[in-house]
Design a protein around this ligand. Sequence first.
Ligand code: COI
Length: 374
Amino acid sequence: LAPLAANKVKITLRPEAERNQPIKNEDLVFGKYFTNHMLTINWDDKQGWHTPEIKPYGNLSLDPSTCVFHYAFELFEGLKAYKSLKNSEDVIMFRPDKNMARMNKSADRICLPTFESEELIKLIQELIKLDKDLIPQGKGYSLYIRPTMIGTSEGLGVHTPDKAMIYVICSPVGPYYKTGFKAVSLEATDYATRAWPGGVGDKKLGANYAPCIKPQLEAAKRGYQQNLWLFGPNKYITEVGTMNVFFAFKNSETGKKELVTAPLDGTILEGVTRDSVLTLCRDNLDPAEWEVNERYLSIDEVKERADKGELIEAFGSGTAAVVSPIKNIGYLGQDINVPLQEGKQSGKLTEDVMNWIADIQYGVVQKENWTKIF
Ligand code: COI
């Protein structure tokens, strides 16, 4: 079967007169505007990967019986490209190899074809270069890249798709939340479950997202912006909204601090930002002061330690929002309050983590093997 080959790409440009012009930074809404071109690559089980095509952004045409519409043969990724703050000619992609590896794992799980990661990265770079003038500049602004794979077999039989398609679209974005870098309130949710052992919560499948909206609406009725997803009889904290989640504590006896996130046990999405937070905290925090742990943490432990004044910070992490500070958690009819810095929207560590990551993403600081600059 033919491998994915970036050097074969066929490029059709959108006519100049029909091209979108850049949107002002202040008018950007997450995922609303798209660039002028998209990438599509078809696959079938006889030939393998077909010639990749970059062409004007536009509709896909699929038979109504196509398996993606019926049995959710769909997976996606989210990654970003940044205009360097050091040299505005440079475009920086942040850890694309991680997204490609995860995309292949998602594909394998739902019997869609895997592909050569490096080749897709090269194709995405080609795509971005064509619309480079639509990448917004400045801290907080970037190009959100959405690689997607769907099963395109026609017919209603439930089986391994014999046809598939990768497509990649790009959206100029600013801060994920309309409120910007502002602490959010959560409702600890155990009446609905996001993921479970043996399930697919660790894969980036579209099917994991739609069922989370209703619990979010339920939480919103009670005044909370996002769900804090709990799992099992111990009410372990797993994720927040569509993000991984971190809690920081300071032991009142020893004075030692701990940053905690859930372990990758198959129910947790292997977030690229999650991994980046863990790595940078292990690199940058003084081990005499801090421990950085992937361990189970129950909502009851958070409540107990908040009551003792030991809860010092909490934040979500994801590509879209990068880090998202948390200010309170509704649990058993009461709010667990998370301290914020005086006059600010986040804790100190949350702010530091945000800056460490942003410095790498915008080319201010180099971190080996984490960026692709072109
Ligand atoms: C992210 O935080 O990067 C996400 O996956 C959210 C996305 C579904 C918009």
